[in-house]
Design a protein around this ligand. Structure first.
Ligand SMILES: Nc1ncnc2c1ncn2[C@@H]1O[C@H](COP(=O)(O)OP(=O)(O)OP(=O)(O)O)[C@@H](O)[C@H]1O
Length: 288
């Protein structure tokens, strides 16, 4: 478990401030607007940045006393991680495994399994620079999973991945989530819906929500309405209601999802919220 206490970090006018937080085993989605502070928080958790004040405990260990031990238990993938372009995939991963202190036979077995899981086994002997961005992203992810870290910290890990590889990654993380605290910053909330255990919403550098995925979705969900309307009436709804989504149904009908404190028209009924809908509902509550 990672415990955060009275954490402060500042950059010019931006301040991140988190009073108390316990990040447990399972998948925690870190969500929030551009610039809210997600990347900053992940860098602090990954020990890549030092807090201005406060403390982060990694199962009671602190960076002041146990930095190498803590780092050995963290698998971190920031956005835009640069890999050594002239190494082959296997050479790079073996080198990184060695840095993590893994024995060569153990590292080779794990690398081979992970390359198979992430459909990269056939390019094991290719140089990194020959690979697509999506392939390089998967290698960045694999290096973080080597040595089975207790804490996995991922900043927008779905970047560059196609829909199949996104599913592979999400399934893999789900398969290890009972024994690992996994924190994932993402703007693609719905893709994680079926595996997400908790949501942490950062708003203007502070925690606006932290709780289970169920709590995240169902608080104030009565503001959410869904209805199928004639296409010619669509503008009317757009101008009168906060519309979250519009989907064409057949030739001249549209399915609209709206936020409203009352039923928009007899064509509407209450909607089941998705993870993303819940973010809109919560933002509307905060911003009015
Ligand atoms: N080294 C830095 N240089 C410039 N600005 C910084 C730096 N570190 C943090 N900031 C500022 O801190 C704030 C938080 O940025 P951060 O990258 O953590 O947000 P984010 O929630 O990850 O956003 P995004 O969704 O766009 O990735 C922003 O206002 C950003 O401009």
């Amino acid at each position: 478990m990672i415990t955060v206490q009275n954490l402060r970090w500042r950059y010019k006018s931006f301040q991140l401030q988190i009073e108390e937080l316990e990040l447990r085993k399972g998948i925690t989605l870190l969500v929030g607007n551009n610039g809210a502070g997600k990347t900053t928080f992940l860098h602090l958790l990954a020990t890549a940045k030092r807090p201005l004040a406060g403390q982060i405990y990694y199962d009671k260990k602190t960076i002041e006393k146990d930095l190498p031990t803590i780092r050995g238990k963290i698998g971190f993938v920031p956005t835009g991680l640069e890999l050594y372009q002239d190494y082959t995939v296997k050479k790079l991963l073996l080198y990184l495994a060695q840095l993590k202190g893994l024995s060569k036979p153990f590292a080779e077995k794990q690398i081979s399994n992970l390359l198979k899981t992430f459909h990269l086994f056939d390019v094991a002997d290719s140089k990194i620079k020959k690979l697509s961005q999506g392939m390089q992203q998967r290698i960045a992810l694999i290096q973080a999973f080597l040595g089975r870290p207790k804490y996995i910290i991922l900043d927008e890990p779905l970047n560059f991945l196609d829909i199949h590889e996104r599913k592979t990654l999400i399934q893999y993380l789900h398969s290890i989530s009972q024994s690992t605290a996994i924190i994932v910053a993402t703007h693609e909330l719905n893709e994680w819906e079926h595996v997400c255990d908790a949501v942490l919403w950062i708003y203007n550098g502070g925690v606006a929500f932290y709780g289970s995925a169920i709590q995240w979705k169902y608080t104030n969900s009565s503001l959410l309405w869904i209805g199928t309307v004639p296409e010619e009436d669509m503008e009317k709804y757009f101008s009168s209601f906060h519309t979250l989504s519009a989907k064409r149904i057949g030739r001249d009908k549209m399915e609209l999802k709206c936020l409203s404190d009352h039923c928009p028209s007899p064509l509407f009924q209450q909607a089941y919220p998705t993870m993303e809908d819940a973010l809109f509902v919560r933002k509307a509550n905060i911003e009015g």
